[in-house]
Unconditional design. Structure first.
Lengths: 503, 160
């Protein structure tokens, strides 16, 4: 089987390395990189816009271009997250936390470098996993039903709520507020409109991007305006070599990248979970295993490497159910599924047998695309970092205007701008009171799925909550969630016990 | 921070009660054993209420009596918020170009105290860059409003 996969992959490279497909790959990753940088203009929109242009293009070339946009956007999303604390994508939210703090310390260059390297390593490893483990993992993903997804999300919320600041109460409130925001709009099961206060704009719910830009970018500017503490601090980087990651940065990022690759790939395989939850779990895991968890949130390189590696590994994972089962694992792969069908291909178990040139050419192109992204991003670090040499007033205006245009571009809706404005103020107040904001965003992103899986499970069990405890995978995930929730207390208990012994 | 945390706790409790009240409008489904559209909101409302009470109690007992979170340059904060809200409110009528230019100009001049020529140059440059990037290159239909009419009257309107 291994030999067969290697042989097929070599044939795939002969397709991917043709001049025409190299050009498509380059265009895809470059567009993806730009799209990832711009808030409000995500890979879904870019892929959807480009689909009509794919008529008449060879299927393998078309999918190489569309996939390039997908994983290119994951690279690009980290750039504004680190430099301006504006997450271009939901999967870049965790990168923004420590990445931006590193930028404030004058270490934006190394953070961008680590982000690009971790993305490259994880992206490449995930394609290797995709090559060899695709059928195996796809069958495991099939065993996940609604109760398992519900429990997986409970675990994700618990991990982020507890581990993002170490204050479980504030983290819990933040996560609950996020799910409450997700209940605005049509009910996921019955379609009944809820909490819309008569506004047609709220019927579709509140988009995560609008809230994320409000609570991260706008709140950050407001905070700087009030405190004036960070005015003019971001000037000196010294030599150009200071812009590149040091050996120590590479060393501390090695294991987080490897761990995050596994987390990202397996999470990416699960339909619906995707890159966002992967980056959140990775951040929580790194904080859990770190020798200095209290430093997370203040600018730690591992907290950039982990989430960035996880969200890139998830793109490889998301291709597993798409190619082997025809089930899209994320919004982008759902649009790509539509594109494949438009091109006359039916993704599923037979795709590998009936169209091997297509499948393996596409997989090989992902190796090539990751190399292209690394080559594109590392030399551009110096250019990106120049943004931080601008004075605070210029950065403030840039952030406020880009945020406004980005949010408007998302739905072409002025109402979203008012929501962003309100959440800017809410984010500022919560930030001042030391509430972690990441749990709120994760909960908002996953809230509707959380409710859907919860209610589907209860419908299956005729209203009995024991369904979450009688299924082994679901039970295991819930046990982990409980352990994570009580982790600070357990840790305190062990410390006090040790202190007592020492005395 | 103690007073700030207590105020926040009370506000969250109030919000939780209001949310529970709103969730009663929808079928909860505990009786019929089929979860209704009000089930999760009701559970979330109760959870938020409990967490807010815990937060309030903890703040009451343990929060340090240090500097309150509203300490700082509140005047600048209010100016910044008023200008930004003005930008959002005027974007439909004035169009992106004019509202963006005026927002940049007012903020740079009156909030950040930059010189008039620098403020004018920077706000014009940002407006131009954003207009070209989003409207011309990405095809985002930014509001045209009065800006477009003026540009068209001057013979500078482009791209429909």
């Amino acid at each position: 089987m291994l030999f067969e996969a290697c042989h097929s992959l070599l044939q795939g490279f002969s397709v991917a390395l043709s001049l025409k497909n190299l050009c498509y790959c380059f265009i895809g990753v470059t567009v993806g990189n730009i799209v990832g940088v711009l808030p409000g203009f995500g890979p879904v929109s870019a892929v959807a816009i480009l689909i009509p242009l794919m008529y008449g293009v060879e299927p393998v070339s078309a999918i190489i271009l569309l996939a390039g946009i997908y994983y290119g956007a994951m690279y690009g999303g980290s750039i504004t997250s680190i430099l301006l604390k504006i997450p271009g994508e939901s999967s870049s939210v965790m990168t923004a936390i420590d990445g931006y703090e590193l930028a404030l310390k004058g270490r934006a260059g190394p953070a961008l470098g680590i982000s690009a390297i971790a993305s490259f390593v994880a992206g490449t490893l995930s394609v290797i996993f995709l090559t060899f483990f695709a059928p195996l993992l796809a069958s495991f993903a099939l065993s996940f039903g609604a109760p398992e997804y519900f429990s997986l999300m409970v675990m994700g919320f618990a991990a982020v709520a507890v581990l993002s600041t170490g204050d479980a109460l504030k983290g819990g409130i933040s996560a609950v507020l996020g799910i409450i925001l997700a209940t605005v709009g049509s009910d996921v099961i019955t379609g009944i409109p809820r909490f819309h206060f008569g506004s047609i704009y709220l019927l579709d719910g509140i988009d995560f991007l609008v809230v994320a830009i409000g609570v991260f970018a706008i709140a950050e500017v407001l905070d700087n305006v009030v405190t004036k503490s960070k005015f003019g601090q971001r000037l000196s980087y010294g030599k150009w070599t200071n812009l590149l990651p040091s050996l120590n940065d590479l060393k501390v990022s090695f294991w987080p990248t490897i761990r995050a690759t596994f987390i990202g790939f397996t999470t990416g395989v699960l339909p619906g979970a995707g890159a966002t939850i992967a980056s959140f779990i990775s951040y929580a895991t790194e904080k859990r295993v770190s020798k200095y968890p209290e430093k997370f949130g203040t600018g730690v390189m591992e907290a950039v490497a982990g989430p960035e590696a996880a969200n890139n590994a998830a793109t490889g994972g998301a291709m597993v159910p798409l190619l082997t089962l025809g089930i899209p694992g994320s919004n982008v792969t759902a649009v790509m599924l539509g594109a494949l069908m438009m091109l006359g291909l039916q993704p599923g178990p037979l795709l590998f047998k009936e169209h091997p040139t297509f499948v393996w050419g596409f997989i090989a192109s992902m190796y090539v695309g990751n190399v292209m992204l690394l080559i594109l991003n590392i030399p551009l670090i110096g250019v990106f970092v120049q943004v931080l040499r601008l004075s605070f007033p210029i950065i403030a205006i840039l952030v406020l205007e880009i945020s406004l245009v980005g949010v408007y571009a998302f739905n072409n809706n002025i109402f979203d701008l008012y929501i962003m404005f309100v959440f800017g103020i809410i984010g500022f107040l919560l930030k001042k009171l030391d509430f972690p904001l990441a749990p709120m965003i994760l909960a908002l992103v996953l809230g509707r799925m959380f409710e859907e899986h919860c209610r589907r499970s209860l419908i299956i069990s005729d209203g009995s909550f024991t369904i979450f405890l009688t299924r082994p995978i679901s039970l295991t995930l819930l046990v982990v969630a409980v352990l994570v929730m009580f982790y600070p207390m357990i840790l305190d208990f062990i410390r006090q016990h040790r202190k007592g012994k020492d005395k | 921070m103690r007073r700030g945390e207590i105020v926040c706790g009370i506000l969250m409790m109030g919000f939780a009660v209001f949310y529970i009240y709103l969730s009663w409008e929808f079928p909860i489904g505990f009786v019929k054993r089929v979860p209704g559209s009000g089930m999760l909101p009701f559970i979330l409302g109760i959870t938020l209420l409990l967490l807010s009470v815990l937060y309030l109690l903890r703040s009451w007992k343990k929060a340090p009596k240090g500097e309150e979170f509203w300490a700082g340059d509140i005047k600048s904060l209010v100016i910044c918020l008023v200008f930004y809200l003005g930008f959002i409110v005027s974007i439909r009528g004035l169009g992106f170009i004019l509202s963006s230019f005026f927002f940049g100009l007012m903020t740079l001049r009156f909030l950040f105290k930059m010189k008039w020529p620098t403020s004018i140059f920077c706000s014009a440059a940002f407006t131009l860059i954003l207009q070209v990037s989003f409207y011309n290159l990405l095809g985002v239909p930014l509001p045209k409003g009065l800006s477009w009419k003026i540009l068209s009257a001057l013979g500078l309107g482009y791209g429909g």
